[in-house]
Design a protein around this ligand. Structure first.
Ligand code: NI
Length: 263
């Protein structure tokens, strides 16, 4: 049984002491492909060196995270654009991008501009997007709708919205990234998973954040993906194998992982 973690910040400092062991534990659990969403330029070298060193397991994205959108966001966006022009083939998506109105609203206009520009890059370079929304689903989906481009594909990472919002996202052809929150009691996400076809779901950890039960309060890691898949299997009353198979296929198709000769 194999799984794909479509969202882990494996290159973060939290994994410096034992990154190789973290990867090994994931692979041992069948979680043998990991997508690495970007944060900003300051993490770029770290992310790429992890991806380069673990080529058959790690697949990087490029993008500017909404909480990293500051006064210098134009410079950050230029870096992304230039990097894509030089080496588009290294990347499996644009992410994570989006709008975050939870932490800090100082740069909310810049966040919207940066998101919109990165949607254009995704269309231009034909890459799927990993979308971060926090208290901002309606704004994000409005910006996506404005592009009115059926080529735009991707995943609402760490989806935690309502059934109605899930339907808005999936009716535009987007997938839902389901993570550790599905194992929390009364998260509201159970209803969303029950109402959403498995064909529209990918698995993710968002490591080092949001660990599933029973690891709450600890560092999250990709080896916990089967716990998330297990909860989905329970809710949908289907075998774990089916969750593994279908979500893996969804991720392979969306992020074009088959094209990578190394894997
Ligand atoms: Ni993330």
């Amino acid at each position: 049984m194999n799984f794909i973690d479509t969202h882990t910040h494996l290159y973060a400092e939290e994994f410096d002491p034992d990154r190789d062991a973290v990867i090994q534990r994931a692979v041992d659990k069948g979680v043998d492909r990991l997508l690495l969403p970007a944060i900003d330029k300051s993490y770029y070298e770290r992310m790429m060196s992890v991806a380069e060193f673990h080529k058959t397991v790690c697949f990087p994205m490029i993008g500017l995270h909404p909480t990293s959108v500051k006064a210098n966001f134009r410079e950050e966006l230029n870096f992304i654009k230039e990097t894509l022009e030089k080496s588009r083939e290294k990347f499996h998506g644009i992410g994570e991008i989006g709008i975050d109105l939870y932490w800090d609203k100082t740069f909310v206009n810049e966040q919207a501009l940066a998101f919109s520009d990165q949607l254009d890059l995704a269309i231009k370079f034909q890459l799927p997007i990993a979308i971060h929304t926090r208290n901002s689903f309606d704004i994000a989906i409005k910006l996506i709708r404005q592009k009115n481009n059926p080529e735009l594909k991707g995943v609402f990472h760490c989806f935690s919205g309502s059934v109605e919002q899930a339907q808005q996202a999936t009716s535009l052809g987007f997938m839902l990234g389901i993570g550790g929150i599905i194992t929390y009691k009364n998260s509201g996400l159970q209803k969303v998973v029950e109402a959403t076809s498995l064909d529209l779901i990918v698995l993710e950890t968002d490591a080092p954040y949001l660990p599933p039960v029973p690891y709450r309060g600890q560092r999250n890691e990709s080896a916990y993906i089967p716990l998330i898949a297990g909860r989905i299997a329970e809710l949908k009353q289907i075998p774990l194998e089916e969750v593994a198979e279908i979500t893996t296929q969804n991720a392979v198709t969306l992020f074009k992982l088959m094209l990578d000769a190394g894997s």
